[in-house]
Design a protein around this ligand. Structure first.
Ligand SMILES: [Zn+2]
Length: 106
């Protein structure tokens, strides 16, 4: 009885979060690994891969730290290979220069 009540409250909160449109979850690409400069790089799955143009790099760095309480590792966007990787700036949608991600073991 108590359990299902807690569960309901939990789901209610998630729904409310989604309805608020707070930073769409689906904007973030979460991947286990990526090819970077021809090497397979393992990623921390709980941190997304984001991209930024030079103009918005500083803002994206701040956002990453705010959202995940961790400074991201950065790579040149062109060094990142992979099918279906959307290399557009998260802020303006222009082609990105920098990839922000969290590497395993860094
Ligand atoms: Zn931008």
């Amino acid at each position: 009885m108590v359990d299902s009540f807690v569960l309901l409250r939990f789901w209610g909160r998630i729904e409310a979060t989604i309805m608020n449109g707070k930073e769409a979850f689906d904007m973030d690409m979460k991947m286990k690994s990526l090819q970077i400069e021809g090497k397979e790089v393992e990623l921390l799955a709980e941190y997304p891969v984001r991209f930024a143009c030079m103009e918005h790099l500083e803002q994206e760095l701040d956002d990453y730290v705010n959202d995940f309480e961790a400074a991201p590792d950065t790579y040149a966007a062109q060094a990142v290979e992979g099918d279906g990787v959307d290399k557009r700036c998260r802020e303006c949608g222009e082609p990105a220069q920098i990839a922000l991600l969290k590497e395993k073991g860094m």
